[in-house]
Design a protein around this ligand. Structure first.
Ligand code: OAD
Length: 236
């Protein structure tokens, strides 16, 4: 039976599209640490600040396109002979726009919002969001927030992801620093399940030692080359 494949991506895969990563530069936004704007506490203390941060990031999506690495993962998904799951920590929509289908946004999505008043999640949203924006479903203002998993909140799709990792034959991690759990622990779960493990990154990370194989370099070069190599051996 063909190997079950799980691919995990992080901000590094979108860097060459023009979206900044979290930890590569100084990791600050207007003098705030990222963690200070990405938490439920920050939102209740200063919702205007948090909205401004996510509005800026949502607007940036209009200025960028999927790159060769996003496209190569679509090719891999289409040609892979076994199960395929792409788990992304990214809240941008570049995998979606490239055409990935078996895709799970474990940290939510910039182009979705939640209404805390009617309890609806995953409401599609374009443009800016503010404390006075009315909910497109219940019509009430004052209850909308980005549909993003903040620090202290539970990442999405974990039971499905854990099940896939538990039977993975191959686990590939691309462009993530391996600092934020639970995603940083996926390699250990896959490895313990007997999977081949491969990390693609510009540089060594704090969890590189957990991977058997490494490809060091920019995702737009390394991912297409890796996909070609995998499909030479595994294409259906
Ligand atoms: P980070 O900013 O922590 O790490 C980005 C990684 O990408 C680093 O290891 C870089 O070396 C690598 N990188 C940068 N440019 C690259 C390129 N062109 N090609 C290949 N690799 C490159 O971003 P994440 O690991 O995604 O969580 O961060 C994980 C989570 O931390 C995010 O999802 C976010 C943040 O807190 C939430 O929002 C909940």
């Amino acid at each position: 039976m063909a190997a079950s494949l799980v691919v995990l991506t992080g901000a590094g895969i979108s860097a060459e599209s023009g979206l900044p990563t979290f930890r590569d530069a100084n990791g600050l936004w207007e003098g705030h640490r990222f963690e200070e704007v990405a938490s439920p506490g920050a939102f209740s203390r200063d919702p205007h600040l948090v909205h401004r941060f996510y509005n800026m990031r949502r607007a940036a999506l209009d200025t960028v396109q999927p790159n060769a690495a996003h496209h190569a993962l679509v090719k891999l998904e289409e040609a892979w002979p076994g199960d395929f799951l792409l788990v992304t920590q990214n809240v941008d929509d570049l995998h979606d726009r490239a055409g990935s289908r078996q895709l799970r946004h474990m940290h939510g999505e910039l182009r979705h919002i939640q209404c805390l008043l009617c309890g609806t999640e995953g409401i599609p949203w374009a443009g800016d969001l503010g404390t006075e924006s009315p909910c497109p479903l219940c019509g009430k203002a004052g209850g909308l927030r980005p549909d993003i998993v903040w620090f202290g909140e539970m990442p999405r799709f974990l039971s499905e992801i854990m099940a896939r990792l538990g039977r993975a034959g191959l686990f590939i991690s691309i462009g993530t620093s391996g600092v934020v759990y639970p995603a940083a622990g996926f390699v250990a779960i896959a490895r313990d399940a007997g999977a081949r493990t491969l990390e693609v990154n510009l540089a060594e990370t704090g969890i590189s030692h957990s991977f058997r194989e490494h490809r060091i370099g920019p995702a737009t070069e390394q991912v297409p080359a890796l996909v070609e190599a995998l499909l030479k051996v595994h294409a259906r």
